[in-house]
Write a protein that binds this ligand. Structure first.
Ligand SMILES: [Zn+2]
Length: 490
């Protein structure tokens, strides 16, 4: 294990081991140390096992009783090979890999021989490596996704800079509230000094192409599925947010999140949306449906916008999921403690959502015209959710938005009696067939898997993942105002 990983001084597992190690060296019992610092032995035991973080006052009392400084106690290195092994095995047991595989854990304590520990640690490491190699999604993509999610959580999914930029633009084009009309959008494009060109031959791998030299936005001439205007707003966003050619997949993802945000902030302006939401909250009638209808946007855009605004303006934490009818998660967000399934590396996208979550239950409803409301009891609390199924060129997706139980009083749909229990990632929740069913069919089924089609399944190389650059350059050349045809480019 790399030293910096063992060395996180705030890691409660490392701290707990250091306290126990020092206590034993001084030949003090758990009860004696607990009495000296004035706490229950059970509480001290939780700290030593890394299951609770001590308060700073407790920490200095412990350091004093163990005859050492606080910094010394917080020291970053495991004092012995044995302890390093204990920490490593313990940490992996508590990590996403064990949870995802449903592996049983063992008590890592003095009763376990160093030989057993060495073997366990080596097995864990090999298993992690093998899973890494066979995983369908490239490591870089998953890591970038996980890092981006952490950054979004840090700001409660509220990007102040983009909100300000959108508000200034709306003022500049004299938009005074309500939905953004086509008229507003063309003024906006004019305002930033561009022209819109609709063409029948946009490269297959693109939704829009921007010609920076001639200041043109190229859009498909037939709308197809999805709104051409949100695609256009995203193109404007790339330009105004000064996005440069992405250097890696992480930057590509970040740019995509920012332009999505930018388009949503224009279509559902912050000031009018917060007015509407505040009024709805005072009547205990908050709903994604109303936000969607008031601004004439897709259900996904409205639900996404709820996640931007609810925590920042109303102190209500939220979660959001976009799940394909196959059960695969395409997008997920939470700052309310709802646990999504993860693979061994912690990535959510590409995992199968729990069968009992509203994101899956919404598909079984017979009335798809109305939103599905549901309470879900999980090991991390009870959550309320509203979900809706939307069709797209890639099939049907459920869009779900929800909040923890204590905040449901503000939302329409709280009266539902639909209730499910999820114990995921416990494999017995919904991933493993029941023993009776398994007995009936084990060894008698031979399914043929459909190739994975979700966005991270195979990330093509290149600066703009999935885009055929030759096709794009040829396209621009073909449409540019003054073209000097060069034989092999025509
Ligand atoms: Zn489940």
């Amino acid at each position: 294990m790399p030293e910096d990983e063992a060395g996180d001084p705030t890691d409660p597992i490392v701290l707990g081991r250091r306290i126990r190690y020092r206590r034993k060296r001084l030949r003090i019992t758990l009860e004696e140390l607990a009495r000296t610092v004035g706490m229950a032995p059970s509480a001290l035991s939780l700290i030593e096992n890394g299951k609770r973080e001590p308060k700073l006052s407790t920490l200095s009392a412990l350091a004093g009783a163990l005859d050492m400084g606080v910094e010394q106690l917080l020291g970053s290195k495991a004092p012995s090979r044995r302890m390093e092994l204990e920490i490593q095995v313990e940490r992996v047991q508590r990590g996403p890999m064990y949870a995802a595989l449903g592996l049983p854990t063992v008590r890592v304590g003095p009763g376990m021989s160093t030989e057993t520990l060495e073997a366990l640690a080596a097995l864990q490491q090999q298993l992690g490596q093998r899973l890494e190699e066979q995983a369908a999604t490239p490591e870089e993509a998953r890591r970038a996704n996980t890092q981006l999610r952490a950054r979004m959580q840090g700001v409660n999914n509220y990007f102040e800079r983009i909100e300000t930029m959108a508000a200034e633009l709306l003022t500049a084009i004299q938009h005074t509230g309500g939905p953004l009309s086509e008229h507003h959008i063309s003024r906006l494009v004019e305002h930033v000094g561009f022209e819109i060109h609709q063409v029948p031959d946009l490269p297959h791998s693109t939704r829009s192409v921007t010609d920076l030299r001639n200041r043109r936005f190229y859009l498909p001439s037939s709308a197809g599925a999805g709104s051409p205007w949100s695609v256009l707003l995203q193109a404007v966003g790339h330009h105004l947010l000064e996005h440069r050619r992405p250097a890696n997949y992480g930057e590509f993802l970040e740019q995509r999140v920012e332009t999505n945000y930018f388009a949503a902030a224009l279509m559902i302006p912050e000031t009018s949306a917060v007015d509407l939401l505040a009024r709805a909250k005072s009547q205990r009638e908050l709903s994604v449906d109303d936000l969607r209808d008031a601004f004439a946007v897709s259900h996904e855009t409205a639900a996404h916008r709820m996640t931007n605004l609810m925590t920042h303006h109303f102190d209500i934490p939220t979660h959001f999921e976009k799940v394909h009818s196959s059960g695969i998660i395409h997008k997920a967000w939470q700052n309310d403690g709802l646990q999504f399934p993860t693979d061994h590396s912690g990535a959510v996208e590409g995992q199968r959502a729990c069968r009992f979550f509203s994101a899956r239950q919404a598909f079984s409803g017979t009335n798809r015209l109305l939103s599905h409301f549901q309470y879900t009891d999980t090991p991390h609390g009870t959550f309320w959710c509203s979900a809706r199924v939307e069709g797209s060129e890639h099939g049907e997706f459920s869009i779900s938005f929800g909040v923890p139980y204590e905040h449901v009083k503000w939302f329409r749909g709280r009266a539902t009696s639909y209730r499910r229990t999820s114990t995921c990632p416990d494999p017995a929740c919904c991933q493993q067939p029941s023993p009776a069913l398994a007995e009936q069919w084990d060894g008698q089924a031979w399914p043929s898997a459909r190739p994975a089609t979700h966005m991270l399944a195979a990330m093509p190389a290149g600066a703009f993942p999935g885009v055929d650059e030759t096709e794009v350059f040829r396209f621009l050349q073909r449409h540019a105002p003054t073209v000097e045809l060069d034989g092999d480019l025509a």
